[in-house]
Write a protein that binds this ligand. Structure first.
Ligand code: UD1
Length: 436
């Protein structure tokens, strides 16, 4: 490390949010297509030797990384306006190096499709937000059950698919990623594969819709028994992914915290039932009108009581941090139990810098609501934790700076522009970190 002793060093490489809190939110904003639909859909394109048009794709940084991965494999992925055009006819590699794989969790979704198409794959372990161990044993067990030989060595997963055979797989836990990976691998294997105990998240149904639009045959993709009739040649299609239910939930919670009236277009309560039930307990009113959700909130919210994260249709872990932010400004106590990821409470320490009254241990968080919170300099710990800090900043007295927002950009596109359109005082700036 170079010695700069006695000199001022300025680090300019990090973008941050600068927020002046206290404004109510008012107006209309459109929700983007779901990140968690788009990532497996982009991976699935590896199996399609034709052009695919994905309509209205936000440039989430995770989406851009998945495009880079396809290009590295020999495919093409190009934005024209808001649409993403993918052509994987030219894929001729089967390896994803650590530099690419380790920056996103969703790189693991390519294992099934690469193996299915190339009959062998070498993929470095996935990365993604630091919210716990995030093992991939269920992906690998399922792939082995379909006949692949899998070896883990030197940070890579080597899979050989010379003997792939359609069959039955039982998932012992309904992992979203494993369900999707196995669905995609099964598509490439002639015959019927049945997946029992799969996850039921709506994004899995969306992947099924995409596959079927491309000539594949998957049924039950939003139930825990999924049937894939594999071996059909897939063709290109034009497809628009479902609205992002986590972005929708984040804006509902933001409105509950800041007060005001917001119309969320391209949004559905159908996929946000667990959140809607909890919001009934606060003073917030939520109503679906066509493809729009209207959220109204005035006065200090009541506590939502308790939430316990669970697989769909339970309360989504991806809204846990934002609910913690809400709990801290609500009347009374709230209890939050995180069951899915063991290290998903790193936002708690940052919220406490803003005056939050929180006790947290082993995934259990108790929050005593306060009538005043204060701006502070904080750091985004992960994607959803960063979003929680944005909500707290919008609601706090004074100004807040949040650095490390590249993590927020993984799953929210132009968040500051959308919030500004609603009257939030938030801008993106280059944060200068000074040390003497
Ligand atoms: C997906 C979502 C993520 C969300 C999560 C849970 C995407 C791109 N990401 O992540 O936003 O927070 O679902 O709703 O869709 N597990 C194992 N072994 C495995 C796989 C998972 O033990 O092989 C465990 C995980 O550690 C975790 C739980 O299963 O405790 C759920 O993980 P999973 O459903 O696989 O989440 P992801 O697909 O990684």
């Amino acid at each position: 490390m170079p010695s700069h002793f006695g000199k001022e060093i300025i680090y300019k490489d990090m973008e941050g949010f600068f927020i002046v809190g206290g404004n109510k939110l008012k107006g209309e904003v459109r929700m983007d297509s779901a990140k968690n639909s788009l990532l497996p859909i982009i991976a699935c394109c590896i199996l399609i030797e034709d052009e695919v048009e994905l309509v209205n794709v936000p440039k989430y940084s995770d989406v851009l990384t998945m495009c880079e991965i396809l290009c590295h494999l020999g495919g093409k992925a190009e934005f024209k306006g808001d649409n993403l055009y993918i052509d994987c006819r030219g894929i001729d590699k089967n390896c994803i190096p650590n530099e690419l794989s380790s920056s996103v969790r969703s790189s693991i979704f390519t294992l099934g499709p690469i193996l299915g198409r190339m009959k062998s794959a070498k993929v470095a372990y996935p990365g993604g937000c630091d919210i716990g161990l995030r093992p991939i044993d269920l992906h690998l067990k399922g792939i082995r059950e379909l006949g692949a030989k899998v070896v883990e060595k030197n940070g890579y997963i080597y899979a050989n698919g010379g003997n792939l055979t359609a069959g039955e797989i039982v998932l012992t836990f309904p992992s979203v990623g494993a369900t999707e990976n196995l669905m995609m691998l099964a598509l490439s294997i002639p015959g019927q594969t049945r997946i029992y105990g799969g996850a039921q998240e709506p994004e899995i149904g969306d992947l099924q819709r995409f596959i079927n639009a491309c000539g594949g045959s998957v049924s039950g993709g939003r139930g825990n028994f999924i049937v894939v009739d594999g071996g059909r040649k897939l063709h290109g299609a034009s497809f628009e992914a479902m609205p992002d239910r986590i972005e929708t939930g984040t804006y509902i919670i933001a409105t509950a915290m800041c007060g005001g009236e917001v119309a969320l277009k391209n949004a559905s309560l159908e996929t946000n039932g667990a959140l809607a039930m909890k919001m009934l307990k606060t003073s917030c009113k939520i109503e679906q009108k066509g493809d729009t959700i209207i959220v109204q909130s005035s006065g200090r919210p009541e506590s939502f009581g308790e939430i316990e994260t669970a697989v769909y249709p339970g309360f989504p872990t991806d809204l846990q941090a934002q609910m913690t932010a809400l709990a801290g400004v609500s009347e009374g106590y709230s209890l939050i139990i995180e069951n899915l990821f063991e290290a998903r409470s790193k936002h708690v320490g940052e919220l406490m810098k803003m005056g939050y009254d929180i006790r947290a241990k082993n995934g259990i968080t108790i929050v005593k609501g306060r009538d005043r919170i204060f701006g502070a300099d904080v750091t985004s710990p992960d994607l959803r934790g960063g979003a929680a800090l944005v909500l707290a900043g919008l609601c706090a007295e004074g100004y807040t700076t949040i650095d490390n927002i590249k993590l927020v950009d993984r799953g929210y596109y132009k968040m500051e522009e959308k919030l500004r359109a609603l009257g939030g005082d938030i801008k993106r700036l280059e944060i200068e970190k000074r040390r003497c």
